[in-house]
Design a protein around this ligand. Structure first.
Ligand SMILES: [Zn+2]
Ligand SMILES: [Zn+2]
Ligand SMILES: [Zn+2]
Ligand SMILES: [Zn+2]
Length: 227
């Protein structure tokens, strides 16, 4: 993505397009979200501290998620969510740490409320070989009843970054894994050039999906939230 162009995303409550920098402001004003929060407040669920976490790929910051996570949720539940929406290819090991790769490991049984504080950023590594590195940062908290019966609610997410065909510069929808592995080229292709593409050693070109792990260790998606 060219520098300086704001990364675009979408509010999960109202569907409005938001910039990455404008998410927090939008969420606090979003009428759909307010209505859902008010509805949750009328239930008998227990009130707790809810954490707004900004999750982003450490190297490709145009991939990001804004999550509202129960303070009582464990890091294992956060790990499970990240695997489902972005990462899972073949059941690799993962870990959380403070202070990057070399930092102190934080056990997955720990609860979000015991780990996150203002200014604390966690690194999540999935797969210690072809590793995906994700940063998690606390943006704020609120006291209340979760809008989801599950540990995590998706509040906003980046839109699929635009990609151009390596042959013709038209918008691309496909990725060739052979280009990536053998030529080390980000082999994105338009429909026409995907059909005509000569490579087949790694199978046909795969559809682009909204995940920073696409193509790594053969990851193909689906890059959908688990709930
Ligand atoms: Zn909204
Ligand atoms: Zn794998
Ligand atoms: Zn093309
Ligand atoms: Zn290719």
């Amino acid at each position: 993505m060219p520098r300086g162009k704001p990364s675009k995303g979408k509010c999960a409550y109202c569907g409005q397009e938001v910039t990455k920098g404008g998410v927090t402001k939008h969420l606090s004003a979003c009428p759909k979200r307010q209505a859902i929060i008010e509805k949750a407040e009328r239930t008998r669920d227990e009130s707790e501290t809810l954490y707004h976490l900004r999750v982003q790929d450490a190297w490709r910051s145009e991939f990001w998620l804004d999550l509202e996570v129960r303070g009582s949720a464990t890091l294992k539940e956060v790990d499970g969510y990240l695997r489902a929406i972005w990462l899972e290819c073949c059941g690799h090991l993962s870990r959380f740490s403070l202070g990057g790769w070399q930092g102190q490991e934080i056990p997955k049984r720990r609860r979000v409320e015991d780990v996150f504080q203002p200014g604390v950023a966690l690194t999540h590594i999935y797969d210690f070989g072809t590793s995906s590195e994700t940063l998690l940062k606390m943006m704020g908290t609120r006291q209340g009843r979760s809008t989801s019966s599950r540990p995590i609610a998706l509040m906003a997410r980046n839109l699929m970054p635009e990609a151009n065909c390596r042959e013709c510069e038209q918008p691309a929808a496909w990725l060739c894994l052979e280009c990536l592995s053998e030529e080390e080229v980000w082999g994105t292709l338009c429909d026409g050039h995907a059909r005509a593409h000569p490579h087949s050693n790694y199978g046909e070109p795969i559809p682009l999906v909204n995940s920073p792990r696409l193509g790594m260790c053969g990851y193909e998606g689906p890059a959908e939230p688990p709930y």
